[in-house]
Design a protein around this ligand. Structure first.
Ligand code: ZN
Length: 253
């Protein structure tokens, strides 16, 4: 692994000096444990015994921010010593867990033999069936959900573009953390694939909202008039996103 990806490093949460925190290094969340030690003259860092995290021993009174920033400067050192995650074990923990897809709980089941690598089954009860070896199961499920999301997002966006008599240029489906959707000045609609796990009316509203931006690049009264005229469940969806939107990021995948 070259060190260049480390330039993309950023810090999600400095944590508390005596509490857990984490560093994000090249997309991998590395747990950080802090220990205050009266003897320590400076911040001392070591790897956890299992090689999956770091321990920072800090002099009393050291701020979480300072300790965290120190750890960030050592990202290359940490990366070289990190033990690869056990994919087999990570995937095992997914089996039997449930995941909400289009507002319906699906239990993750492992299947053997030939067939689609991932598919949905409704009977006898809703299941997300995954085939193949346990490694990369997480990624296979995420890829499958992204494709399902794209399908629903394209369908809803096309419907609203037709109804509002506007045209968009293309659709991009990503794992966004701060917004559920956006509309660029060139007419590209971007959406979070995690909307597939929300009630279908919520995904539908986000499409109405973004398509309406092609006509109205603002959140003024005319914009909202357009959205409400075409999307009757706007209030429901906005409330849902406000109250429960964060749950879409707390998933096993
Ligand atoms: Zn907007």
């Amino acid at each position: 692994m070259s060190l260049s990806p480390l330039k993309r490093l950023f810090a999600p949460d400095p944590g508390k000096p005596d509490g857990p925190g984490s560093l994000l290094i090249d997309g991998r969340e590395v747990p950080v444990r802090y220990r205050s030690n009266a003897q320590a003259r400076r911040i001392i860092m070591r790897m956890e015994k299992n090689g999956q995290g770091i321990v920072l021993t800090v002099p009393p009174g050291t701020s979480a921010q300072a300790a965290h920033e120190f750890a960030l400067t050592q990202a290359a050192w940490i990366w070289q010593r990190l033990v690869p995650e056990d994919h087999e074990q990570l995937s095992e923990t997914l089996i039997g867990r449930s995941i909400t897809i289009r507002d319906t709980e699906h239990v993750i089941e492992l299947a053997t033999g030939r067939g689609a690598p991932v598919h949905l089954r409704d009977l006898p009860s809703p299941q997300l069936v995954v085939r193949g070896d346990a490694s990369h199961m997480r990624r296979r499920i995420a890829d499958f959900l992204k494709r399902e999301a794209r399908h629903d997002l394209e369908k809803a966006s096309r419907g609203y573009a037709h109804a509002m008599q506007v045209e968009f240029s293309r659709i991009s489906v990503r794992d966004t953390t701060t917004r559920w959707g956006s509309c660029s000045s060139t007419g590209t609609l971007s959406y979070s694939w995690r909307l597939i796990m929300a009630p279908p009316n919520v995904l539908d509203y986000v499409c109405a909202h973004e398509v309406a931006h092609i006509e109205q690049m603002n959140h003024g009264p005319e914009f909202w008039k357009l959205v409400y005229r075409h999307c009757p469940h706007t209030d429901f969806a906005r409330n849902w996103l406000k109250r429960q939107g964060h749950t879409l990021h707390k998933l096993p995948v």
